[in-house]
Design a protein. Structure first.
Length: 334
């Protein structure tokens, strides 16, 4: 450790591109894979580059790839992406190697399905921990109990290295987590239902920009107000995204694009911007040219449904005001 004092510098803070890390958790059949590809395709609209899909699920993602010679068509569930098969072992360092490989190949957006193998799959953190217990205890069962806490050091350090590297890469990534129903055992009381809980280390979920819960049969529509305490704890929806998810709709390309715009630093108040533009229009031609922009705000979820309705009212009021203006005669000065 150096005794030389470190040198520091400073500059005025300015909003810039940040990584967009999306966590999707739910049981089989909830639409995680399909939703992840829709979001990734939308993110690609804004961020460019290629989508890489790290597939631990026996090539399940290929269900959504076009056939050889067939054009991709997201509307038909056929997406353009690079497929990276990923089999056991599933240690954090193996995941890190797969992610670094994708980045080295030019990936701008990565989907990992499933990230749960890092926790409980062959070679994952739980299995690694047990191997450390066995190594440290040397077959002594009583010693095994004593070393369980210390045995977490190596696998947890590897997970932390994985997380820290992802954060440094400034990469857009979507992580799919399996989920299972869990109970909390309370001595002397009935077990408490926690709901669908992601199979993952909690520290990984905490680093996500957003965490969405997909219920069985949800068809990709996230639940933001679940009933069970465990589900509530794992959800993450920062205030800046409340408007984007104000209506119960499937995760989509438009939502992915909106998330990517926020990630690159676009904090525009689109509602206020359109209201000002409408009220500034001086003739019907100029006003009508704003219609496409107003519709785009609705389609890309840049405004809430209530704000869209208010924009329509402001637009109608401006139409009335312009039509009631007295016509000017040629040569009349304004």
């Amino acid at each position: 450790m150096s005794s030389t004092p470190r040198q520091f510098s400073h500059h005025q803070a300015a909003r810039s591109m940040v990584p967009m890390l999306v966590g999707l958790f739910g049981p089989s059949g909830s639409g995680k894979t399909y939703s992840a590809l829709r979001l990734a395709t939308g993110i690609q609209r804004i961020s460019g580059g290629e989508i890489f899909f790290i597939d631990t699920e026996a090539d399940r993602s290929l269900h959504y790839a076009p056939k050889a010679g067939e054009e991709p068509d997201p509307a038909k569930g056929k997406f353009l992406f690079n497929h990276v098969p990923f089999g056991m072992p599933f240690s954090p360092l193996d995941y890190l190697g797969a992610i670094k490989y994708c980045v080295g190949q030019g990936a701008k957006t990565i989907v990992v399905d499933s990230m749960s193998h890092e926790h409980e799959g062959p070679g994952g953190v739980l299995e690694w921990h047990q191997a450390e217990v066995d190594r440290m205890a040397g077959g002594d069962e009583r010693k095994a109990e004593r070393v369980k806490m210390n045995a977490w050091a190596t696998p947890k350090a590897a997970r932390r290295r994985l997380i820290n590297t992802i954060l440094q890469l400034k990469l857009n990534a979507i992580f799919c987590f399996r989920a299972k129903e869990k109970l909390k055992i309370i001595p002397g009381k009935s077990p408490q239902a926690l709901g669908w809980m992601p199979i993952a280390g909690e520290e990984f979920l905490y680093e996500m920009t957003i965490n969405a819960l997909l219920y069985p049969g949800s068809k990709g529509v996230p639940t933001w107000q679940p009933e069970f305490p465990g589900e509530k704890q794992m959800l993450k929806l920062p205030r800046q995204f409340h408007m984007l998810f104000s209506e119960p709709e499937p995760l989509s390309e438009d939502i992915g694009a909106a998330l990517a715009e926020w990630a690159r630093g676009d904090d525009t108040d689109h509602f206020a911007q359109r209201v000002a533009a409408i009220n500034s229009a001086t003739d019907m031609d100029g006003l009508e040219s704003l219609l496409a922009s107003i519709t785009e705000c609705r389609d890309r979820r840049l405004v809430t449904p209530d704000q869209f309705n208010e924009l329509r009212q402001v637009y109608g009021a401006r139409v009335k005001a312009l039509k009631e203006q007295p016509e000017r005669t040629p040569g009349e000065e304004g």
